[in-house]
Design a protein around this ligand. Structure first.
Ligand SMILES: [Zn+2]
Ligand SMILES: [Zn+2]
Length: 150
């Protein structure tokens, strides 16, 4: 099975090493956000000698080709995912690290408002907070503290 990326890489004159193809395959099979370390350990199952810098270089190449999108989900979390046609934004849970996708319509007037007020064109929004599950947990914990404990 060949994805259009295989052709693109060849047309652009990149040497299509099996390692490079595998990085792309791993990311597509992963189906969501993967760190370079995640990709690296998967690729190492078939190419034990591949190192993290090769994986980073390949991912960066795929980003340049607009096949992969790099997403920053916090200061230390650098993730890669297969580029989708529709732009999307991320909700990141502080507690469990879960990531949810939302689209432009979920942002309501935020985009137009920022453009109008700040002259800023929004490309991507990342929101940090608590997901539904973690929020329920937190609210449950609070319920256990009665005023007499103070
Ligand atoms: Zn959570
Ligand atoms: Zn995403």
């Amino acid at each position: 099975m060949t994805h259009h990326a295989t052709r693109t890489l060849q047309e652009l004159g990149y040497r299509l090493t099996p390692q490079r193809t595998l990085v792309w395959d791993v990311l597509r099979e992963h189906g969501s956000h993967a760190s370079a370390e995640d990709v690296c350990s998967k690729v190492q199952e078939q190419f034990p000698h591949i190192n993290i810098s090769t994986v980073y270089r390949t991912l960066e190449l795929l980003v340049e080709l607009d096949l992969v999108r790099e997403t920053h989900l916090g200061p230390t979390r650098r993730f890669f995912e297969v580029e989708e046609e529709i732009p999307h934004h991320h909700l990141v849970c502080d507690k469990c690290g879960g990531v949810t996708h939302v689209h432009d319509e979920d942002l309501g007037d935020l985009g137009p408002l920022l453009r109008q007020k700040q002259g800023f064109a929004v490309r991507e929004v990342t929101v940090f907070g608590l997901c539904e599950t973690c929020r329920d947990d937190t609210e449950g914990d609070e319920g256990c503290t009665s005023p007499t404990d103070l």
